[in-house]
Design a protein. Sequence first.
Length: 168
Amino acid sequence: MDAELIQNLLPVALTHLLAFIIFIFLLQRLAVGPILRLLDERREKIASQFDDIDVSEKRVASLREEYEKKLQEIDEEARKRTLEEVNRGKRIAEEIAENARSEASGIIESAKANIQIQIDKARSELKDEIVSLALAASERLIRERLDEEKQRELVGRFITELEEKEER
């Protein structure tokens, strides 16, 4: 039985073995090969995505540095413009102050000229009044033909009146 069994089982076992080998071959060809290719493609795709992520991170870092640099430049430009505007404001304030000084000086000079005109006018009026008083005194002297004592008295009063008018 043993030999007979082995003889009967051997073709079945060989057939099974051959079927199993064909099955493994077909499985390898039709299932495992495509699955492995799919896994390899997936692995390559993931590796590619990681590379893309690294590239993107480097690009983001580069852009961040660039933007920070630009922000610093903008801040510096803003400070520079602010300083320029402050200096411009100071120049304008100095110009306004100088114009005000100039106008004040002009007003002072005008006031001095007006005062001098008023002084000259007052002197002229005083002169005219002195002349009028002298004429009036002379006229009195001539009309009255007074003696020497009365003439001295009139001239003294005249001089006193002149002094009083000058004091005003």
